[in-house]
Design a protein around this ligand. Structure first.
Ligand code: AMP
Ligand code: MG
Length: 353
């Protein structure tokens, strides 16, 4: 009888340990699930830098479809757009257009970009002008990779070259998708191509992975892919135009784009006067009245164009601050004296959210 009891108690012990083990495994699974739900590991970011668009580009991206691969696809797209529209690349579309005084057939992408540039010229009252190729060449700001120029052209050279500049001398036929440059005019899409490249790269990234996050930066212009860790804003410094290593403010962006045009990017100084690469199409001289203009917009093309145009219109700040938000841009201007002006909508992005 005692023997039987001993056997039973042994069995009972075995059953109890089994129940306990199952209970432990169950608890562990529940804890693991709770950790997965409440403490989601933040996505890790892959960073890629490379030289294209005549500047350093930085891609910071996180994607479940493969961050490294997506970063490379984004970079290749930036480079494709650059090579296609670079007037210094002999096989670019712009070189082909610039070397002819006859009608030229355009592919759809080139037509859409040039058409957009012409429309931006209209709505910015000519401050943005994609047909300043000859003027930019006269001043020596056409070759990005080479040294900055050192000579100021004469007034008669400027007067003469302005006869061969400007969108009024460009004919674009939307029916046949063709373009014709009159009076030896030359296109220069340097004020829009960077923004357009950022938008194209954004679109391609989103087609591959709509949930990817991060940002794409080309020489200070930025297109946000998505919020940091899925919900937090990216903090972007606005460069002090006179001190390359300090910021005059910070922006908090979860979407959209920001672009800055500055007189510090490419310039030379003669007799204490700074001559830079952003031209007033009316005078043929580097535009006066701003050290930098920063624009936040829904897309990088708008931000890029409006920062260049806003720079040209700096002396008409009252107009810019009223009109540019209507065109889709929030503006910050550092004027010639270094005083900062901002449109009310710009301040919204300067508050941490
Ligand atoms: P960004 O740095 O974006 O302001 O672009 C400056 C570039 O745009 C210059 O290097 C020129 O290629 C071109 N550009 C200069 N002045 C103008 C202008 N008034 N309108 C359009 N493009 C311009
Ligand atoms: Mg620009």
């Amino acid at each position: 009888m005692q023997k039987v009891w001993k056997k039973d108690s042994k069995n009972l012990l075995k059953i109890n340990s089994l129940v306990f083990a199952v209970f432990l495994i169950g608890i562990s699974i529940v804890v693991a699930l709770l950790v997965m739900i409440f403490v989601r590991t933040p996505p890790s970011y892959y960073e890629y830098t490379g030289f294209t668009l005549g500047t350093y580009c930085r891609i910071v991206v996180s994607s479940k479809k493969g961050s490294k691969n997506l970063a490379e696809i984004i970079f290749n797209e930036l480079d494709r757009v650059y090579k296609k529209f670079d007037p210094n690349n002999p096989s670019s579309v712009v070189s082909k257009i610039n070397s002819s005084d006859d009608w030229i057939d355009l592919d759809e992408e080139s037509f859409v970009l040039i058409d957009a540039a012409m429309k931006f010229s209209q709505i910015t009252e000519g401050a943005f002008d994609p047909a300043l190729g000859n003027l930019i060449k006269l001043w020596g700001f056409d070759r990005i990779a080479e040294k900055v120029p050192t000579k100021v052209p004469s007034q008669s050279e400027i007067d003469e070259i302005l006869k061969h500049c400007g969108v009024v001398r460009v004919e674009l036929d939307s029916r046949t998708r063709r373009i014709k440059l009159n009076d030896g005019v030359k296109l220069d899409l340097g004020g829009i191509a960077k923004g357009y490249a950022l938008d194209r790269a954004y679109q391609i990234a989103k087609e591959i992975d709509p949930k990817c996050t991060g940002f794409i930066e080309a020489g200070g212009d930025i297109r946000i892919l998505g919020p940091k860790f899925g919900s937090r804003p990216w903090v972007i410094g606005v460069r002090d135009p006179r001190k390359s290593d300090s910021a005059i403010g910070y922006l908090y962006l979860t979407e959209g784009a920001v672009a800055t045009s500055g007189d510090y990017e490419r310039y030379f100084i003669v007799d204490g006067v700074r001559y830079h690469h952003i031209f007033d199409p009316k005078t043929g001289y580097p535009s006066r009245g701003a050290q930098s203009v920063t624009v936040i917009a829904r897309d990088a093309t708008t931000a890029d164009v409006l920062s260049t145009a806003g720079f040209v219109k700096a002396q008409e700040w009252e107009y810019v601050v009223l009109e540019y938000p209507r065109l889709g841009g929030s503006v910050l201007l550092v004027d010639g004296d270094g005083t900062i002006h901002r449109s009310p909508s710009f301040s919204v992005y300067e508050r941490p959210r």
